[in-house]
Design a protein around this ligand. Structure first.
Ligand code: TMP
Length: 204
């Protein structure tokens, strides 16, 4: 059987440039002819994308526990139908957000029991953990500069909620291993180079 592929996850607050950088890394690997896929959470499969639509529709009022279970349901499907098979087939999987987001938003943001969130993360992921995490930090000023246009249900939350989520990310990132921390206000090309350098060293 092929060697299991590497699982690279991008985590951090809204508007921090994760998606842009995840795509740049994907294109980098593609150019090198590597077996690679890019995906996102919530979403990544037909069913998980439907759950994403429910979660992000600003018209929906959703209780915190229902919200948590929907994120985990979307993840369980994503893991079993897409991420796990790809890793087993030797693909590098790049994922825009994963379990740290659930700790930050549903655990610390919504105030749900973080032990419950951890347990559900474990169940939904079938124990699969990222090999590498790219963690983004975004200052309040930078967020204000970037926050324009339509907002989804989570982005429409209060400043207090956003503060709790950002604080949670900093706290969680501090205790993590195999993480590259990025200041979102740095130059986009410099960030890309740092990510390529960090990831390449760990993919050999
Ligand atoms: P995005 O993919 O456009 O960043 O939107 C996803 C939104 O969902 C974002 O505001 C963060 C939020 N989210 C959670 O609240 N919990 C989660 O577990 C995940 C993966 C995302």
């Amino acid at each position: 059987m092929n060697k299991r592929g590497r699982f690279i996850v991008f985590e951090g607050p809204d508007k921090s440039g994760k998606t842009t950088q995840a795509n740049l890394l994907y294109n980098h690997f593609k150019k090198l002819g590597k077996k690679v896929i890019i995906t996102r959470e919530p979403g990544g499969t037909a069913v998980s994308e439907k759950i994403r639509d429910i979660l992000l529709d600003p018209k929906n009022k959703i209780s915190p526990m229902c919200e948590l279970l929907l994120y985990e349901a979307s993840r369980a499907e994503h893991i079993s139908a897409k991420i796990k098979p790809a890793l087993l087939d030797g693909y590098t999987v790049i994922c825009d957000r994963f379990t740290v987001a659930t700790m930050a938003y549903q655990g610390f943001g919504r105030g749900l029991d973080v032990k419950v969130v951890k347990k559900l993360n474990y169940i939904a992921t079938d124990g699969i953990k990222p090999d590498i995490t790219i963690g983004f930090r975004l200052s309040k000023n930078e967020y204000i500069k970037r926050a324009s246009g339509e907002r989804d249900r989570i982005e429409s939350e209060s400043e207090g909620f956003r503060k709790k989520v950002n604080g949670a990310y900093s706290k969680i990132f501090k205790d993590m291993k195999n993480i590259l921390l990025i200041d979102a206000s740095d130059d986009i090309n410099d960030i890309h180079k740092r990510i390529v350098d960090y990831v390449s060293k760990r993919m050999r």
